[in-house]
Design a protein around this ligand. Structure first.
Ligand code: CUA
Length: 188
């Protein structure tokens, strides 16, 4: 084989390999787009449809996240709203009580630095960013206690920042919610 032919052959090999890798790269991009669409349509993961802001220095003074408004509340339409805040180094309420088999909206924010809420054995996992309200839909099918660690490093006490979610029977929750007010399992 002449030098000319050798050069020609290796150029062909390079072109073939390049085409193959370009095809693989395109397939990966298309697959990622399809996965994002699938996850979004099924609400497993969704970009925030809207951004809600809040002044972290004033959350304890007035508005939705004052202490008396934290915890779980049964709404008129049968769903439950849970409001919570994270601060160095605890959640309020430290123990959240919710009914099983009920659509639940978690609304939470941070009073100081970035924290995270992760509920064991579920896909509930959201960051609490000071200045913003995080909202996540959730539903529990199994009664029991779930650990809720802070999943974002928030300084020296981070590893001790744990909460709990107690999922109870739907009828029992409705019974406890009859008196109105905000429910939590702190102190039980
Ligand atoms: Cu709060 Cu880590």
């Amino acid at each position: 084989m002449s030098a000319e032919e050798t050069h020609q052959a290796s150029a062909e090999v390079a072109a073939r390999v390049e085409r193959r890798w370009a095809t693989i790269a395109v397939i990966i991009v298309v697959m990622m787009a399809l996965l994002a669409a699938f996850a979004g349509i099924h609400r497993a993961t969704m970009p925030q449809p809207r951004v809600e802001t809040i002044d972290p220095a004033r959350i304890h003074l007035s508005g939705e996240f004052v202490e008396g408004n934290l915890g779980s509340v049964l709404e008129a339409n049968g769903t439950v709203t849970v409001r919570a805040i994270g601060q160095q180094y605890s959640f309020t309420p430290a123990c959240i009580v919710v009914p099983a088999d009920t659509p639940i909206t978690l609304r939470a924010t941070s009073a100081d630095v970035v924290h995270g809420i992760l509920i064991q054995a579920t896909n509930v996992n959201t960051m609490l960013v000071p200045g913003y309200i995080s909202e996540q839909l959730m539903r529990f099918t199994r009664i029991g206690d779930y650990l809720m660690p802070c999943q974002e490093f928030c300084s020296f006490g981070h590893e001790g920042m744990w909460g709990k979610v107690k999922v109870i029977d739907k009828a029992e929750f409705a019974d406890r919610a009859k008196g109105g007010g905000r429910l939590s399992c702190v102190g039980q």
